[in-house]
Structure formats: structure tokens, C-alpha cells
Write a protein that binds this ligand. Structure first.
Ligand code: HEM
Length: 107
């Protein structure tokens, strides 16, 4: 568990150019990711999402573990039209590790 979180912290280096987490996290080119596990998709105030994310918010879709893993594996396949310019995390172990790391940051 602790090892998984530590691995996830390393994986998150790939995300940090665009996403902040932790106390005082702000939106950058991507929205802050505090509380992302269990958060409604596209719901950070003040962040201008793409249309596909706005639609997901309207539909009340939530980021559970499964949705996060699918999105992180292939962002542009899971969310067609997303402006997240990231090719994805191929390894399921990297997806799981970064999800466990993100889970440590509450809202
Ligand atoms: C959106 C995670 C890498 C830019 C998101 C969302 C998640 C996420 C969970 C949805 C947020 C929400 O619904 O509020 C990650 C993780 C990454 C990563 C874990 C690394 C493994 C990146 C990178 C960039 C980026 C490298 C910039 C080049 C964005 C943008 C959005 C977004 C712009 C909003 C998408 C839209 O409106 O279509 N990311 N991200 N992300 N991310 Fe990432």
C-alpha cells in the first residue's frame, strides 16, 4: 500500500506539468486533482473544460477507480474530444499506483 503510493508519486511526475495536488493546489493547464477519486467529472470551478467534459458533468458522471484507469490508459479514446494532451499510461500497474497516490489527497 505505502509502496504503491510511493510508486504513484513517481508516476505523477508525468502529470505535474499540468496538474497540481495538495494544499494550495491551483488549476494550471489542467484542473487541480485534489479529491479526484469520487469527484464528478469536469466539476472544478473556474477551470474551462472541453465540451466532452462539460457533457460528462451534465450527466453527473463520477471518477471511480475504473473510470480513472480507463481514462488514464488512453485519454483520447475514453473521452473523445478531450483537450488533455497526454498519450496515456500503458501499464495497469502505473494506472493503479497513480490512482492510489491521488486518493491520498482529499478535497
Ligand atoms: C483532465 C489526470 C496528465 C492536462 C484530467 C482529469 C484527470 C487527469 C483525472 C479529469 C479532471 C476532472 O474531471 O476534473 C491526469 C493524470 C495525468 C495527467 C493522472 C498523468 C498520468 C496530463 C498532462 C496534461 C494534462 C501531461 C497536459 C499536457 C489535462 C487537461 C484536462 C485534464 C487540459 C482537462 C481535459 C478537458 O477539458 O478535456 N487529467 N492527467 N493532463 N488533464 Fe490530465
Amino acid at each position: 500500500e505505502a509502496q504503491l503510493i510511493d510508486d504513484g508519486k513517481k508516476v505523477f511526475k508525468k502529470c505535474r506539468a499540468c496538474h497540481e495536488v495538495g494544499e494550495g493546489a491551483k488549476n494550471g493547464s489542467g484542473p487541480h486533482l485534489n479529491g479526484i477519486v469520487g469527484r464528478t467529472m469536469g466539476s472544478v470551478d473556474g477551470f474551462k473544460y472541453s465540451k466532452v467534459f462539460a457533457a460528462a458533468l451534465d450527466d453527473g458522471l463520477v471518477w471511480d477507480d475504473e473510470a480513472l484507469a480507463s481514462f488514464l490508459e488512453k485519454p483520447k479514446s475514453y473521452m473523445k474530444g478531450t483537450k488533455m494532451a497526454f498519450s496515456g499510461l500503458k501499464k495497469a500497474s502505473d494506472q493503479q499506483a497513480v490512482i492510489e497516490y491521488l486518493r491520498t489527497f482529499g478535497e
